[in-house]
Write a protein that binds this ligand. Structure first.
Ligand code: 0O2
Length: 214
């Protein structure tokens, strides 16, 4: 159920700044198309050389209005277009779900080696998982989009996960945000989810071993 006050605040803001807001969102959408195409190209080339596709699926999304507002509030920032552009780097998000952990690093390297991709930040939650067990490789990059009369650099967050990492993260999100759970039950759930994250890690390692024959 969306938070009505947040939705109202955003509706007022969009109405007051219709054109700049639509322009900003169009830039993020164009950047998503560019990045998605880059990964589709890499997937094709990889399958030519190795006879298999390293990418299972690619998802793109624009951050929801209520998430944008919540994140600005968390950072104590007012709802303005410059605040969104200069402080929120995950408005445009791409999730690349890969077959094997090794594929994540090969794809990330090939992507970052492209001369029109600027790395802004890298968080490796595969090498250093979050305390709750979350694993994924996050990159914040800037890529150019070519408009009729200018070139504009736009930030995009790319999350790389294996199928097992994605399975865990998707279900964790659903389970953790279930309402009306007692503190004791939440603690139990945390422990059980951490256990599941370890099982997913073992599965990824086992699959990698089977693939390489070691
Ligand atoms: P949504 O719905 O994807 O937009 P920062 O962005 O640097 O200010 P933050 O938000 O801690 O700080 O960044 P981080 O750690 O890179 O995580 C951002 C995103 O990663 C989240 O987006 C989730 O998509 C995913 N993520 C991070 N930790 C977890 C986790 O424990 N469980 C799951 N399921 N996903 C996680 P948002 O903004 O939360 O939401």
């Amino acid at each position: 159920m969306p938070n009505i006050k947040l939705v109202d605040a955003f509706t007022d803001f969009v109405e007051e700044s219709t054109l700049p807001y639509r322009q900003m969102m169009t830039y993020y959408n164009c950047a998503l198309m560019e990045v998605e195409t880059k990964f589709k190209v890499l997937n094709e080339q990889f399958s030519l050389f190795y006879d298999r596709n390293p990418i299972e699926s690619i998802h793109t999304r624009i951050k929801s209005q209520s998430s944008i507002l919540k994140k600005l509030q968390k950072k104590n920032l007012a709802l303005t277009i410059p605040n969104i552009e200069n402080n929120l780097f995950d408005i445009a998000g791409v999730r690349v779900v890969c077959s094997f952990t090794e594929d994540i690093y090969s794809l990330a390297n090939s992507f970052l080696n492209q001369d029109d991709v600027r790395l802004i930040e890298k968080k490796d939650y595969i090498q250093n998982p979050k305390e709750n067990g979350y694993r994924s490789l996050h990159l914040i990059v800037e890529i150019p989009i070519f408009l009729s009369d200018e070139k504009k650099w736009v930030k995009v967050e790319v999350q790389f996960r294996t199928i097992a990492m994605d399975f865990w993260a998707s279900l964790e999100h659903k389970i953790r945000y279930k309402k009306n759970l007692s503190k004791e039950r939440l603690n139990e759930i945390d422990k059980e989810l951490l256990e599941c994250a370890k099982i997913c890690k073992t599965l990824d390692e086992k699959m990698e071993e089977i693939k390489t024959g070691n």
